[in-house]
Design a protein around this ligand. Structure first.
Ligand code: ADP
Ligand code: MG
Length: 227
């Protein structure tokens, strides 16, 4: 299976004053279409840095990253913006939905950045909201939804432009464990149905059951746990 994400020998060094902190050390991994990889590791081990480098929000100091056949570490800021819109969906711990917008409007926001005509957008918005189980909640605003439902809207928003890759940083961090399990099951469904490649950084041990592979980061170094 061709890899949708390929990371080769990536390092990231942060300089804070005179100090250097190596957040990623020679990290390599590859993930194929429709696969879910879980990234585990204690706080400060480099999970967010790795997701940000793959998502084009941060740049490595060394190494290469391919996202959907495109090597991204040397791209201009403008091309990175384009890549993020077209190929990458982000899901964070805190969903950051617009409070005065309905679920439907929050999801459409991302699609409006593409040139898709209104009717096509509406069709896709309804399709992804159905997929995440919010068919009956499309016209509700975030405060009328539960935490788990709000995270579902955020996932639908990330998914709407049909990105090749979804990057989820602690997506169940603010949810109770039963709701977290449902969100993880939803990621599995999205990988299977939409063939999206999903990388989940999480402390949640329940995530392993939904993953094709689990990687462990310790002090910026990556080791595979199981595959
Ligand atoms: P995790 O997501 O696993 O908690 P991070 O990727 O956030 O880990 O952080 C990895 C290391 O890099 C930590 O030592 C952290 O302090 C450091 N770090 C992360 N972002 C920055 C930054 N913007 N400036 C300086 N150091 C940073
Ligand atoms: Mg983090």
């Amino acid at each position: 299976m061709p890899a949708t994400i390929r990371v080769e020998n990536v390092s990231r060094i942060y300089r804070v004053g005179q100090q250097e902190r190596q957040a990623l050390k020679a990290v390599s991994l590859s993930v194929g279409a429709g696969q879910i990889v879980v990234l585990r590791g204690r706080s400060g081990s480099g999970k967010t840095t790795l997701l940000n480098c793959i998502g084009g929000l941060d740049r490595p100091n060394g190494g290469y990253i391919w996202v959907a056949d495109q090597e991204i570490t040397q791209l201009s800021e403008q091309r990175l913006v384009q890549l993020r819109r077209q190929q990458i969906g982000f899901v964070f711990q805190s969903h950051a939905l617009l409070p005065t917008y309905s679920a439907r409007e929050n999801v459409d926001l991302m699609l409006r950045l593409t040139n898709a005509p209104r009717s096509k957008r509406q069709e896709r918005v309804e399709q992804v909201l159905q997929l995440v189980g919010l068919g009956k909640w499309m016209d509700h605003r975030p405060h009328e939804l539960s935490g788990g439902q709000q995270q579902r809207v955020a996932i639908a928003r990330a998914l709407a432009p049909r990105p090749a890759v979804i990057l989820a940083d602690e997506p169940t961090g603010e949810l109770d464990s039963a709701t977290g399990q449902q969100i993880l099951a939803l990621f599995r469904q999205i990988a299977d149905v939409e063939k999206a490649t999903i990388l989940i950084a999480t402390h949640d041990l329940a995530a392993d059951a939904f993953a094709d592979a689990v990687f462990h980061l310790a002090d910026g170094r990556l080791a595979i746990r199981n595959a």
